[in-house]
Design a protein around this ligand. Structure first.
Ligand code: DGJ
Length: 729
């Protein structure tokens, strides 16, 4: 619920358990008064004023030395006019100076949730969301800055976006435009970021806020393997079940920054948005710039509660489900099975083994087009290679369908190899700095997706492939970072727009794909999890979590990912052992348990699988399908932290009505004389009596949560256990 105290100009955004409040003060500065567990009234009493030496006073304050932008909590910070902390917005004025100074001019309340042109955004109707727009003005720059707030009460979720309108008769240059700024009158907080590298993405890193600026970002053109556009600020003592936690996610898939500052007098600020690195956007008179959306969840009771609120909101209000609630198919992907070495008969051979085991979708990965026999050539030529696939998809797809399988296909639209017909015809379509030879990565260059004609051409090629066959699934890959970022068609003064225009271009093509093929399930991918972000999830309901398919490494990757993103978004497959990334050998059962904590599929040559493995796979697919809603739509509880190197990693899915739960557990390396371990469960109905794995064992929810479940001793390395709990009628 949004309440406006018109007289005092106080704006309160109330959700089920939280309150977010702002106030336009006597000088029309928009102050941030509070964000946290639910509170009432005008909370500006929390803000103290004092004459602080060296703190500048704005002109309106006259001789009042207690009024300084540098010490007051700002809703959207200014730049160069007296607040020396992190700026949110910066203009280059005609004088060449850099600054921004905003004053409140009015507000608007709307039912439902605002949308953003060409950008991903949470969706909501009047039943589930409300919108507040606050209008600010920079009189010198003649620019209007509109702050948007979407309030989803049920999820304790507040979305934010910023719209900048040039109201002057001259161009305005924007050097930064953050999506959100969040000030706290305290700094005893921990900052958690999610970091890593290719094959080890989104590992949490937690540290107390230090004096000065700290944070993460990307300048790779994608959200990146290295840092995720999701961060948490929380009470120092916060854990899964205790402490106030603030999660902030950016719905953006390109260069971003999320920076926190602990400033003098122990205040703190979090600023998140498009990275100002090489950013300079020109707004002609009347033009508008939309900053991407950011979303906040404040959870009064711990990190687990915060995650579950994000999961629900992302599933119900961000993802657009092409299958309209139907179960997504269990898939098999041929990448780790064949790499580039396959033909139609080999694919059908794998499918023939997969189909009777309960696998429903065959995904043909990289290597089906142009001269793509290895990763040095062919990208950009989106025509079926009929040497590998005689008769094209027209011949292949019916053979798969005859086995009862659906068909999916891999694409990498944003890339080009120099050894391709496309590049030979259009060498200027790749991003290149005219004065330099471009850097190659995986021997490929990046197409200039900021250019509409490039997007249209590539889309035309891909559309004709998808229109020529019955395709149920597309894996949209992207295997390198952007370098040499310069567009052949933009003038020098507009090159600072290319990174952002590139992302908008990717979003536009994804939207075309969605609209022309509404039934196709799109899985995002960027060399594994290099673009795993909430922006992509708006277009691609699932994202390949990592190229690392080792079950034990995956425990950590999926654990870190789960802090913001739901199980149903995490692409996860069972692959062969020894694992091709690290040589580790894990049991087939364990690989299945870990992969079914994601979207669940296989990525191995099943035609070479042993009879024992095939029986296990058949059991796994049946088990997963029977518990699909529980796993994919249920509440997720982290029961242990795999980074702590404890004896096991455990997690739990609980159905919305709490009548069912699935506990999964994977052990580490074994040793003799293990301790007796008891696992305490979460989220159950205290009074319900749960039967374990359909057997004789029954316990009440309160007993399982308070006293716990005695774990059996598991024999050997990397063993797994699943407990399916069903409440007795
Ligand atoms: C990187 C992806 O993450 C892999 O799954 C696979 O699709 C390869 N690209 C294909 O080139």
């Amino acid at each position: 619920m949004i309440t406006v105290d018109k007289q005092n100009r106080v704006f309160s955004l109330h959700t089920q358990g939280t309150t977010y409040q702002m106030k336009a003060d006597r000088h029309n500065v928009l102050l941030h008064t509070y964000y946290g567990p639910r509170a009432d009234g005008d909370l500006s009493y929390l803000i103290r004023y004092a004459d602080r030496a060296c703190a500048p006073n704005p002109d309106e304050a006259g001789l009042d030395r207690t009024y300084s932008l540098d010490t007051l909590p700002q809703e959207y910070s200014s730049c160069g006019v007296g607040d020396f902390r992190l700026p949110s917005i910066e203009f280059e004025l005609p004088s060449g100076s850099h600054s921004a100074s905003l004053r409140y001019t009015g507000y608007e309340l709307r039912e439902g949730k605002y949308g953003l042109d060409g950008l991903p955004a949470f969706r909501g109707t009047a039943e589930d969301a409300q919108t507040l727009v606050l209008f600010l003005e920079d009189a010198a720059a003649q620019v209007c800055v509109e702050l948007y707030y979407g309030v989803f009460e049920r999820y304790d979720l507040i979305t934010r976006a910023v719209r900048v309108v040039n109201q002057s008769s001259a161009p305005v240059h924007l050097l930064q435009c953050a999506s959100m700024c969040l000030d706290f009158l305290r700094s005893d907080l921990d900052l958690i970021t999610f970091n890593g590298c290719h094959m080890m993405e989104r590992c949490p890193d937690r540290a107390p806020l230090r004096s000065g600026v700290q944070g993460v970002g990307s300048v790779r053109g994608t959200s990146s393997h290295q840092h995720n556009p999701f961060v948490v600020l929380c009470d120092r003592g916060a854990n899964e079940d205790y402490g106030v936690c603030y999660g902030a996610v950016l719905l953006y898939s390109g260069n971003f920054q999320a920076v926190a500052e602990r400033s003098q007098y122990d205040n703190s600020r979090l600023v998140m948005g498009v990275n100002p690195y090489q950013f300079r956007w020109t707004l002609e008179p009347g033009e508008v710039f939309n900053a991407p959306e950011a979303a906040l969840v404040c959870a009064p009771c711990g990190l687990g509660q915060m995650s579950r609120q994000f999961h629900r909101a992302i599933r119900e209000h961000l993802i657009r489900d092409p299958l309209q609630g139907q179960r997504r198919p269990v898939l098999i992907n041929n990448w780790e099975a064949t790499y580039f070495k396959f033909n139609a008969d080999k694919l059908v051979e794998i499918a023939e083994t997969a189909a009777p085991l309960g696998i429903e979708l065959f995904v043909m990965d990289d290597g089906w087009f142009g001269m793509r026999d290895d990763d040095n050539q062919g990208l950009g030529d989106w025509q079926v290679n009929t040497d590998k696939l005689p008769g094209g998809l027209d011949a292949l797809v019916p053979r798969l369908q005859a086995l009862g399988m659906r068909f999916g296909i891999w694409i990498e639209p944003e890339m080009v190899n120099e050894n391709s017909s496309l590049y030979r015809e259009h060498p200027d379509w790749a991003l290149k700095i005219p004065e330099r030879a471009p850097a190659r990565c995986r021997n490929q260059l990046v197409l200039d997706f900021s250019r509409p004609e490039v997007r249209q051409y590539i889309y035309g090629q891909i559309k004709s492939v998808l229109s020529g066959a019955d395709v149920s699934y597309v894996k949209w890959d992207m295997n390198r970072s952007l370098t040499d970022v310069c567009s052949a068609v933009l003038p020098p003064e507009r090159q600072g727009e290319v990174y952002h225009r590139y992302v908008l271009g990717v979003y536009e093509m994804l939207e075309w794909l969605r609209q022309d093929f509404p039934h196709i399930l799109i899985e995002g991918c960027a060399g594994g999890g290099g673009r795993f972000d909430a922006g992509m999830l708006y277009y691609t309901p699932q994202i390949w979590c990592s190229d690392n398919t080792d079950a034990i490494d995956r425990l950590r990757i999926q654990y870190g990912t789960s802090f913001c993103y739901p199980v149903s978004t995490m692409g996860a497959h069972v692959s062969v052992v020894p694992n091709e990334g690290n040589g580790r050998i894990t049991p087939m059962e364990t690989r299945g348990v870990v992969a079914m904590a994601g979207t669940f599929g296989y990525e191995m040559d099943l035609s070479a699988a042993s009879e024992t493995d095939k029986k296990i796979i058949q059991r796994q697919t049946a088990f997963f399908k029977a518990r699909y809603d529980l796993i994919q739509q249920g509440d997720y509880y982290r029961l242990s932290d795999p980074f702590q190197d404890g004896p096991y990693t455990a997690w739990e899915h609980v159905s919305a009505n709490r009548r069912e739960a699935l506990v999964s557990l994977v052990t580490g390396g074994t040793h003799a004389a293990p301790s007796f371990l008891t696992l305490r469960l979460k989220g159950l109905e205290p009074d319900a009596v749960y039967r374990v794995n359909g057997g004789e064992e029954c316990y009440s929810g309160s007993t399982l949560m308070a006293a716990g479940y005695p774990l059996p001793q598991l024999w050997g390395d990397y063993q797994s256990l699943q407990l399916y709990l069903k409440a007795e009628a």
